[in-house]
Design a protein around this ligand. Structure first.
Ligand SMILES: C[S@@+](CC[C@H](N)C(=O)[O-])C[C@H]1O[C@@H](n2cnc3c(N)ncnc32)[C@H](O)[C@@H]1O
Length: 510
């Protein structure tokens, strides 16, 4: 691990890019094998190191040993694997250190550099992302200004982000710049901010190495929304430092934003609105305190926003304070085995802090806020959803927002006059006793999106089954009324709200 983050001149960036060509997630997997990759996923490096060493001087194996596995590699092998940049060039960038100048002297990486794959409109892309080495390589707890690599939360945010072409995007808390790399694919300009100078240096390195499309990133140092005071964006993305650390618990720049409790999420919820252009969207992840009803806190934050916003918050998980403490102590490398006294003192501080605040749980979820293009907000949806999500989810969110906009302006008569089509991912499941003529339960299930399912009665199931894009909802409702011997007004009154829900959630499309 190096005190100084790496840096790239344009010439070194171009040389390194040439040398890394073909070093992809797939070629690494092919070289190391499935057993090694599975162990790697459990943060066990030994099987991968054995496999990579066995591959000898093969280029993919050498690059992986050096930069992903933190293994020492002889200088002559590094020279062969980086034929354009060379070991001397890599030393000058701060990527590696050397034990000497001889061909057999050891070269070790000072940073973690690895390929990551991304699915974009232009197909599957490979980016090489540099960040600080983790504990599994260094064997030490991470430094306070540790710069994270691409983790689960990074990928979740990237998956849910709506990739509509936009002008200006802000990536707040950019870290190694992974969200900015994604945003560059569909933004004319990206502003990337972070409180950490080390993080902004890594982001600049990764921009130089990967040369994303669009204008050069505007990388700024500063806390939360301060670096963009007075500016507006079409998209704000943030995987912010949302971890909640009660007094006396360990703090790290990469996960604590410097505000008390869930103050970072509160600051974004109440503050991003003023930084959105009309129609602009903010998407971020967060943790929040739960005392009784989790939605109350969100209602308060949303009501306190300077600019009224459409809001959709999906709570994906809830941990009790003990589970939360254990999770983030493990993340910090503070374990009972390593330092029992420190572990228990910090564990107790978590519990004491949360208990004193009357906290029953800590929610985790995804937030989508939108400044209405015109007029007042029409969407406020706070829901719990722990099930699997379609990946990427962004396209579905785009459809859902478009459907809710249409529904907000559509009268019941307009809904009835519309010919809907049942979405291709929707299936019907019926349950009942084998000898029973009619099913006891009918479930209409969505294969994509949020994988929702709704219970339907015979009339609603009949309506969904008849939505072929030809008949209007009103025509189908009248036919069902006659078939089921129900007064038409009653049938329509029952079906319209259900159709609205189905359209809003993407079961029926226009
Ligand atoms: C969880 S990391 C996210 C990194 C990256 N955007 C991703 O998606 O993987 C949070 C980042 O926020 C930064 N950060 C911490 N406190 C901050 C603050 N008050 N204002 C802005 N950024 C902050 C950290 O340095 C870190 O890089």
């Amino acid at each position: 691990m190096n005190a100084t983050p790496p840096h790239l001149t344009p010439e070194a960036a171009s040389q390194l890019r040439d040398d890394l060509d073909g070093w992809t997630v797939d070629t690494v997997q092919d070289t190391l094998g499935e057993r090694a990759m599975r162990a790697f996923g459990r943060e066990q490096l030994l099987p991968a190191t054995i496999a990579a060493r066995a591959a000898g001087r093969e280029r993919i194996a050498i690059l992986s040993r050096l930069f992903i596995l933190g293994d020492a590699v002889p200088r002559e092998d590094v020279d062969a694997a980086l034929p354009t940049l060379g070991t001397d060039g890599a030393l000058a960038t701060g990527l590696v250190e050397a034990s000497g100048d001889a061909a057999t002297d050891e070269i070790r990486a000072l940073v973690d550099l690895r390929p990551t794959s991304a699915t974009t409109e232009d197909g599957e892309l490979t980016w090489w992302v540099a960040h600080d080495q983790g504990e599994s390589i260094t064997g030490r707890a991470v430094r306070e200004d540790h710069v994270l690599g691409v983790g689960g939360a990074s990928s979740t945010l990237a998956s849910i982000t709506m990739r509509t072409p936009v002008g200006r995007t802000l990536d707040l808390g950019t870290g190694c710049g992974i969200q900015a790399l994604h945003a560059s694919q569909h933004s004319q300009q990206v502003v990337a901010t972070d409180i950490s100078r080390r993080a902004t240096a890594f982001a600049a390195f990764n921009e130089a190495l990967n040369q994303p499309p669009g204008a050069a990133w505007d990388i700024r140092e500063g806390s939360l929304l301060e670096p963009v005071a007075g500016e507006q964006f079409d998209l704000i993305v943030s995987n912010p430092p949302f971890v909640i650390s009660p007094p006396g618990t360990p703090q790290f720049e990469y996960r604590d934003g410097g505000l008390e409790w869930d103050g970072v999420v509160a600051a974004l919820a109440t503050g991003v609105g003023a930084h959105l252009n009309p129609g602009g969207v903010a998407q971020f992840l967060g943790n929040w305190l739960i005392r009784d009803d989790w939605t109350e806190r969100w209602e308060q934050w949303l009501d306190a926003s300077e600019v009224p916003l459409d809001a959709w918050v999906i709570q994906r998980d809830v941990l009790d304070p003990a589970e939360y403490a254990e999770t983030w102590l493990r993340d910090a490398g503070i374990t009972r085995e390593r330092d029992e006294a420190r572990f228990y003192a910090a564990y107790e501080a978590y519990l004491a802090g949360f208990d004193a605040e009357g906290v029953e749980g800590i929610g985790f979820g995804a937030v989508l806020l939108r400044r209405p293009m015109l007029g007042s907000p029409t969407l406020r949806r706070l829901e719990e959803h722990e099930g699997a999500l379609q990946s990427p989810l962004g396209p579905h969110l785009i459809d859902v927002l478009a459907a809710s906009d249409w529904l907000a302006g559509a009268s019941d008569q307009e809904v009835l006059d519309t010919a809907f089509t049942v979405a291709p991912d929707v299936t019907k499941e019926t349950y009942g006793r084998p000898l029973q003529h009619e099913p006891e339960h009918i479930l209409i299930r969505q294969g994509g999106g949020l994988g929702r399912s709704i219970k339907a009665d015979t009339a609603l199931a009949g309506l969904v089954g008849a939505c072929d894009g030809e008949l209007t909802a009103g025509q189908i409702a009248h036919a069902l009324a006659a078939l089921l011997d129900v007064p038409p007004g009653e049938m329509i009154g029952g079906l319209v709200p259900a159709v609205r829900d189905l359209v809003r959630d993407g079961f029926l499309t226009r």
